[in-house]
Design a protein around this ligand. Structure first.
Ligand code: FES
Length: 103
């Protein structure tokens, strides 16, 4: 596991998400939920939809392709007609203004 810098708290306002690319790893969606930062795998387990382009309501991301709802604070599926495996979730640590995950 390596500690990777994924951005700054000042770059992402509450209610917003963004794509984080880490060389050689999954693309990750980083979300600011009311000032708390969460990160999970950025591609939906259904057919690979880009979750960072979906809707964020509280801690739930709605996939822009077919509407699967994911809890960004756990990586688990909230709602979808099919049973999908949880997505990898990455705990975000905050040091000053800097955000890190372990991958
Ligand atoms: S790719 Fe996300 S719901 Fe289908």
């Amino acid at each position: 596991m390596a500690k990777v810098h994924i951005g700054k708290t000042t770059e992402l306002q509450p209610g917003k998400m963004k794509l984080v690319k880490i060389e050689g790893k999954d693309e990750i969606v980083l979300a600011n939920v009311g000032g708390k930062f969460h990160a999970m795998r950025g591609h939906c387990n259904h057919e690979g939809g880009p979750l960072w382009e979906g809707e964020l309501e509280q801690n739930v991301i709605t996939c822009p392709w077919h509407g699967a709802k994911w809890d960004v604070s756990t990586g688990s599926l909230v709602e979808f007609p099919l049973d999908l495996d949880p997505e990898p979730y990455y705990a975000v640590t905050v040091e000053g203004e800097d955000l890190y995950i372990n991958v």
